[in-house]
Design a binder for this molecule. Structure first.
Ligand code: HEC
Length: 220
């Protein structure tokens, strides 16, 4: 018991020290220090996808179907842990059977995003997150775009350009690097804090983006 409490304390203080604002909104589940490549984590991938594609203002951010926290997602009954194929969440994002979600004019999730959600449910729909901040070189296609695609694209694409801002590709991102709005909005410094309706991106992700910018923000 003492040991468990102690490791909780260590992880807790690591998070406090290393992350000014950490994983969006809801960070009470299991937090692993390292990110396992085969695991899909709720805090790192699923919640950001739900916030940017389903819980935009006026949609599922309040009321009966509120997709902004682990508890409210699980209480909604649309996720059956271990059973992606009978989970309503998976049916609607696949556009099958009942209402297709997100509805037009919003963009459908990509097949990679749908697969992440299925895998997370298949792995037991756990309340998990990982920290995994290493200091390798980050590349746009492999590292930076996946972060922006998961956390920003849903609210900043042709069908849903929040604040008339587009985050669709390298050219869009490069312009935001040059005018300072990318880091400014990630830090809530001079710009509204993004992702909207969250307490900010995981600090490790911000560090990755900052490092890529420091290395010349290349289209690599
Ligand atoms: C849930 C929807 C949503 C998500 C997710 C989201 N944004 Fe936004 N964003 C908006 C809206 C709406 C605005 C318009 C300003 C406002 O309402 O605060 C905006 C405005 C902005 C602005 C201009 C802010 C300013 O003060 O001028 C930037 C820059 C921006 N977003 C970048 C991002 C980035 C980078 C991400 C991902 C890390 C992101 N956004 C994720 C909805 C979102």
């Amino acid at each position: 018991m003492k040991k468990i409490f102690f490791s909780f304390l260590i992880v807790g203080s690591l998070v406090l020290v290393s992350c000014k604002h950490d994983i969006p909104i809801d960070l009470n589940g299991t937090i692993s220090q390292n990110c396992h490549p085969d695991t899909v984590y709720f805090g790192n991938t699923i919640l950001p996808l739900l916030v940017s594609n389903c819980a935009m203002p006026g949609c599922h951010n309040h009321g009966e179907l509120n997709l902004t926290s682990y508890a409210s997602v699980m209480n909604s009954g649309i996720v059956k842990p271990g059973h992606p194929n009978t989970s309503k969440l998976v049916r609607v994002i696949n556009g099958g059977g009942e209402e297709a979600m997100p509805p037009s004019p919003y963009s459908a999730l990509t097949s990679d995003q749908i697969n992440s959600i299925k895998t997370w449910i298949d792995q037991g729909a756990k309340f998990n997150s990982c920290i995994g901040c290493d200091t390798v070189n980050y590349k746009f296609a492999a590292d930076i775009w996946p972060i922006l695609n998961t956390n920003c694209y849903g609210c900043h694409n042709n069908n849903n350009p929040g604040g008339n801002i587009y985050i669709r590709n390298y050219t869009d991102v490069q312009a935001m690097v040059l005018d300072g709005s990318l880091i400014g909005s990630l830090q809530g410094n001079g710009y509204a804090l993004m992702p909207k309706n969250s307490t900010g991106l995981q600090s490790c992700k911000i560090i990755q983006i900052q490092k890529w910018i420091n290395d010349g923000a290349q289209n690599n």
